[in-house]
Design a protein around this ligand. Structure first.
Ligand code: IMP
Length: 438
């Protein structure tokens, strides 16, 4: 078995189907690590017809012998983590300190973060970001501010926690009142008791996850880093300000997991055969029409975390090439190819044009998107069902041509092709991961 680590990231706006790809690769890894985001992520894994929606717990949890890590870069919400752990246990999944560790340095999402997220979005009105309202942005803001942050280690130190929560709640109450006119009392004592209890329940799993991973890497134990969201939602490199608040590309792995940059390993960029986006922000290839509706219904494009209908559109090769180059992707995993079946023609955006080229010269590709006019290439579609196909050569000629065109435009091989939600609905194509067993 190869010992090269794997990093799986999304190259679009999230919901690319990373959970399924990680689940497929996890059985050959010793560790599966979440290094960014928080419960805003929604990864669905389907095993033997059973659906497991995961938010905070890494997708390797369904494999025996895999140690799952929620690393320091995650905005850790103990309420959601415990709910998820309980639900998985009720369904027969074993979870203990042997297969789940939580970083003592991760920052904790507190109830006032969720309140701040809602109040901030309400105050922005039509200009809102369309967040998941899970307190992700406010938690990372407090991390950056430092003086108002609570880390997972604090949940195990009741006296320090009490002092911190008391002080923070006093400050937050003043901010909420003056900025948002919100003056409901926030129960610092109640929050303290509740979060001390979460600390006790999670104690056996709380540890220095960076040390575990660095030692694993030195020993040659294979690690899979599981990205959340998608590159276009990256705090630095995405469609700012319509982004999430963490570093979700492969560039975020070292800082978010506490490992050296060389530990990133082989980077797998997951792409949907079309594009979807939840929340506000630019989306050049969006089809706010019957095509978008077709993709939404056929692709069941409703959020795993919020249930919101996703905005849908054509594949954007300009955006994906930018994201693939940013993370130096080694190969692509193409998902939901089956959803395109039944369309007479399929479009791919190959270029952005602008009314005024000079006005965008200094902008990055995501920053140009709101002014971009897409140039499309049109390819013929296919009518055949492809859900049961297991080899590339058995795909309809037009589906093969579509995949090959994506490879040409992005300049990377398509390693895996997913043609349905089940674990076995995958075609091994031009992958360099020769130990994948489907
Ligand atoms: P936040 O991460 O809740 O602050 O939301 C910021 C933006 O990122 C919103 O547009 C969300 O819809 C989007 N977002 C956050 N997490 C995900 C995800 O896992 N998939 C897709 N979109 C996401």
């Amino acid at each position: 078995m190869s010992t090269q680590n794997i990093t799986v990231i999304g190259l679009q706006w999230g919901d690319e189907g990373k959970g399924k790809i990680v689940d497929l690769l996890a059985r050959n890894c010793r560790y599966v690590v979440r290094y960014c985001g928080g419960a805003n992520a929604g990864h669905t894994v389907i095993v033997a017809g059973e659906r497991y929606p995961l938010h905070l717990i890494p997708s390797g949890i369904l494999h025996k012998g895999v140690h799952n890590i929620v690393a320091n870069g995650v905005a850790f919400d103990p309420v959601i983590a415990l709910q998820e752990i309980e639900t998985l246990r009720e369904r027969g999944v074993t979870i203990n300190a042997e297969n789940l560790s939580i970083s003592s340095s991760a920052n904790v999402v507190m109830p006032y973060h969720k309140l701040a997220d809602r109040l901030s979005e309400q105050s922005l009105g039509a200009g809102k970001i369309g967040t998941t309202a899970l307190g992700i942005g406010p938690c990372y803001s407090d991390k950056a501010l430092r003086s108002l942050a609570i880390r997972v280690a604090d949940l195990l130190a009741p006296e320090t926690l009490k002092e911190k929560i008391g002080r923070i709640v006093e400050i937050k109450s003043k901010i909420f009142k003056s900025v948002f006119g919100y003056d409901e009392p926030i129960d610092a004592e109640g929050i303290w008791r509740e979060y001390c209890d979460y600390g006790k329940r999670l104690e056996e799993m709380i540890t220095d996850t960076g040390a575990i991973l660095r030692s694993a890497w030195q020993k040659g134990e294979r690690i899979c880093f599981e990205g959340g969201q998608g590159s276009m939602l990256d705090i630095d490199h995405g469609t700012f300000p319509y982004v999430t608040s963490s570093s979700v590309t492969a560039c975020g792995v070292p800082a978010g997991a506490g490992v050296p940059p060389k530990a990133v390993g082989r980077v797998i960029g997951v792409i949907k055969a079309y594009t979807s986006r939840v929340g506000a922000g630019p989306f050049p290839t969006e089809q706010d029409n019957q095509i978008g509706q077709y993709l939404r219904e056929h692709g069941k494009e409703y959020g795993t975390t919020t249930g919101r209908p996703r905005r849908c559109g054509w594949f954007d090769a300009v955006a994906v090439k930018y994201a693939a180059d940013l993370s130096c992707v080694d190969e692509l995993a193409l998902t939901l190819l089956d959803v395109l079946g039944g369309l007479e023609t399929i479009k791919i955006c190959t270029e952005y044009r602008f009314d005024d080229d000079k006005a965008v010269q200094h902008l990055s590709i995501p920053m140009r998107m709101s002014l971009a006019k897409c140039v499309y290439e049109e390819l013929p579609g296919w009518d055949e069902q492809i859900e049961d196909v297991r080899s590339f050569s058995d795909l309809p000629a037009n589906a093969r041509a579509y995949v090959q065109r994506i490879e040409e435009l992005i300049g990377k091989p398509v390693g895996l092709i997913s043609i349905g939600p089940q674990r076995e609905q995958v075609i091994k194509h031009n992958t360099g991961l020769d130990d994948i067993v489907i």
